[in-house]
Write a protein that binds this ligand. Structure first.
Ligand SMILES: Cc1cc2nc3c(=O)[nH]c(=O)nc-3n(C[C@H](O)[C@H](O)[C@H](O)COP(=O)(O)OP(=O)(O)OC[C@H]3O[C@@H](n4cnc5c(N)ncnc54)[C@H](O)[C@@H]3O)c2cc1C
Length: 400
């Protein structure tokens, strides 16, 4: 039996994050974007309140029947909170302190020592960030083609290569970096390393200038003979020896998306809802005198509401499956593709309805630019469809 009622804890999280979005985040959104600057003081306050960039983990803590020993709500709490915060502003939300995209690989594949070392630094005394670095200039959608190299040496590895488009990468205390010990091995050669800020040979020379999400930092990372100690190989040597044939490093990278794609979908839904609600207010106030146009506008907005609701249901399903320990890769890919596409259409529809007014220093115009990347990062829509097709058609021996 599926219940759509929020638990007490979920309701409280929704109310708190909506309050913050409405009264703290939205009022500084336009100015923050104009300055292209992360609002440090505000993020400091959020950190003290324990409001982090929430990328809850797919929990592997299962009992014999395949269900987790204890149901957790982390993924559902994550999607509820992220929708509200992104309703306030997605760039500021993505800049919130916390392990970010780097959290799930450490939670799912890190040794207990690594989890203790890297995940307990996110305390109230000082804002800190984590990051996840997979994308390279010649390896985005096809992550199996990464070229950042990891050469085994005494007591560790030497990394060389370049990563691009890394969210919060320049300010992160550590970054989960994917590299290959031998490109000819393909996926089986992949390893994940936790590279720490200040390690010799690790730098972040550039922040990208983007069309949207301009206040959030997207960094280039460079590794030049960067020595990474053995203890920072994620999961330790054993992880890769035991499952070498299954390409463990690549799996660590992909598994991350099962918990992060619903979070990204929820943020896209938050932006679409913001644009929809904002436009509806204006239509209700200014359009009644236009007769037929008023009717058409209301019908267009009703369709937007329906599409937002559909994307949310799929997103909640993906998050719920993650919480109870059921395989959710297909739902995670579907909700991410649907929400990214839907949010772009809804924001465009809102701009169309507002006409030229919407184009001039307006939140709707900003939302339209912000939302575009939601059908690109964490895998483009074409890649989400590939993930779905592979899972859907595998039982029929159809290769996609
Ligand atoms: C703001 C922002 C933040 C990001 N944050 C991070 C981060 O924190 N960490 C990180 O590692 N990466 C990050 N990325 C990178 C992002 O995940 C990649 O941009 C994305 O995966 C697409 O890769 P690409 O840019 O190389 O495009 P490409 O892979 O070159 O794709 C170009 C086009 O070809 C299509 N295409 C490619 N392969 C296929 C195929 N097999 N079938 C059909 N179509 C195909 C794609 O759908 C796309 O339309 C971020 C990107 C942005 C813009």
């Amino acid at each position: 039996m599926i219940s759509f009622e929020l638990s007490e804890q979920q309701k409280q999280m929704k109310e708190l994050t909506h309050y913050l979005a409405e009264y703290e985040i939205r009022p500084i959104a336009l100015e923050t974007e104009r300055l292209k600057k992360v609002p440090e003081e505000f993020l400091n306050q959020m950190n003290q309140m324990g409001i982090h960039l929430n990328t809850a983990s797919f929990k592997g803590d299962k009992a014999k029947n395949g269900r987790p020993k204890k149901e957790n709500e982390a993924n559902r709490m994550g999607v509820i909170a992220m929708e509200e915060l992104a309703w306030g502003d997605a760039a500021i939300t993505l800049s919130l302190p916390g392990p970010g995209l780097g959290g799930p690989p450490i939670m799912t594949s890190g040794t207990p020592e690594q989890q203790e070392r890297f995940l307990t630094i996110f305390t109230a005394d000082q804002p800190r960030w984590g990051a996840y670095a997979l994308t390279e200039p010649d390896a985005g959608s096809d992550a199996s083609g990464i070229r950042t190299s990891a050469r085994k040496v005494d007591r560790g590895y030497i990394l060389n290569g370049q990563k691009i488009f890394i969210t919060n990468g320049a300010r992160a205390s550590w970054v989960v970096v994917f590299a290959t010990v031998d490109p000819s091995l393909g996926r089986a050669g992949h390893r994940a390393f936790v590279v720490e800020k200040g390690m010799e040979g690790f730098s972040s020379p550039k922040i990208a200038d983007k069309m949207g999400l301009r206040a959030n930092e997207t960094a280039e990372l460079v590794f030049e003979d960067c020595f990474v100690p053995q203890e920072n190989l994620l999961g330790g040597e054993k992880l890769y020896e035991q499952r070498a044939s299954k390409a463990s490093g690549f799996q660590v990278a992909m598994k991350t998306f099962d918990s992060t794609r619903p979070i990204v979908a929820a943020m896209a839904i938050g932006i679409a809802r913001a644009a929809y609600e904002y436009t509806l207010d204006i239509v209700k106030k200014d359009f009644p005198k236009h007769g037929r146009l008023y009717q058409i506008s209301l019908e267009m907005l009703a369709e937007a509401e329906q599409d937002i609701a559909a994307a949310r249901l799929l997103t909640w399903e993906a998050a719920w499956k993650a919480d109870i320990g059921i395989e959710n890769a297909k739902e995670a890919a579907m909700c991410k593709a649907l929400a990214g596409q839907m949010a772009l259409v809804v924001c465009k529809k809102c701009l169309d309805l507002l006409g030229p007014v919407g184009l001039t220093g307006h939140l709707v115009e900003k939302w339209y630019r912000d939302v575009k990347v939601f059908d690109i990062f964490e895998g483009t829509n074409e890649i989400q469809h590939l993930v779905v097709a592979r899972r859907q058609y595998a039982p029929y021996n159809i290769r996609v």
